[in-house]
Design a protein around this ligand. Structure first.
Ligand code: SIN
Ligand code: FE2
Length: 217
């Protein structure tokens, strides 16, 4: 009887899915630690507030950003770079919480990248309609290290393309707790986030928060 019932059920969704050469989505990977991660993000934002940075071309980004770790990613009219201090406060970025480093290292390991030790975490906050156009992460010194991206809150459609901007783009849904790791052949692949759809998340309301852990220096 149970067998018949179970046979009618769809199999559980895969937890590890290749989205490119050297790129994987780990479905729900950060879910058990989501509340702890969000509390840490709140503490970081109290010391280094979210702000809308300006691109070198003079456009204000729709995504609000802050950082933690020894290196923080910044953009202004002078360009994209990593900086030890928060330009808004003049103080060093808040330290990288141990939980962020542990989780990123474990996720990188699950994706096949051993011994990942991030020194930077860019925290992106999206509200409905906020988006991130296709770009490459190339301000890090050694591209041998992967990028680990952790998503919380409202779902997003992540675009994952190729080395060339015009390469075909795959659309990957990222839900609360999902982690994406890309490195190796995919390390410099173009990626972005489509305009966030309106919605309400039980923990984050009308927001999505994404953490990308990197080895910048
Ligand atoms: C990023 O490319 O830095 C962020 C990607 C995301 O928000 O999922
Ligand atoms: Fe990126």
């Amino acid at each position: 009887m149970t067998g018949d019932l179970l046979a009618g059920l769809a199999p559980p969704p895969p937890t590890r899915e290749e989205i490119g050469p050297g790129a994987v989505r780990l479905r729900g990977w950060a879910l058990p630690r989501a509340v702890e991660l969000l509390a840490a993000v709140e503490a970081i934002a109290a010391a280094a507030p979210f702000r809308h940075m300006v691109t070198p071309g003079g456009f204000e980004m729709s995504v609000a950003m802050t950082n933690c770790g020894a290196a923080g990613w910044v953009t202004d009219r002078a360009g994209y770079r990593y900086a030890p201090d928060d330009p808004l406060t003049g103080r060093p970025w808040p330290p990288l919480p141990v939980a962020f480093g542990d989780l990123a290292q474990a996720a990188a390991g699950a994706a096949g990248y051993r011994d990942f030790q991030p020194d930077a975490c860019l925290i992106n906050r999206y509200e409905p309609r906020a988006r991130l156009t296709l770009h490459q992460d190339r301000d890090e010194r050694d591209k041998g290290h992967p990028i680990v991206s952790l998503s919380l809150g409202l779902p997003a459609i992540f675009q994952f393309g190729g080395l060339k901007r015009a390469d075909p783009v795959r659309r990957v849904t990222l839900l609360h707790g999902d982690v994406v790791v890309w490195g190796g052949a995919a390390r410099l692949f173009h990626h972005g986030v489509l305009p966030l759809k309106d919605g309400t998340h039980p923990l984050l309301g009308k927001r999505r928060v994404n953490l990308t852990l990197r080895r910048a220096w």
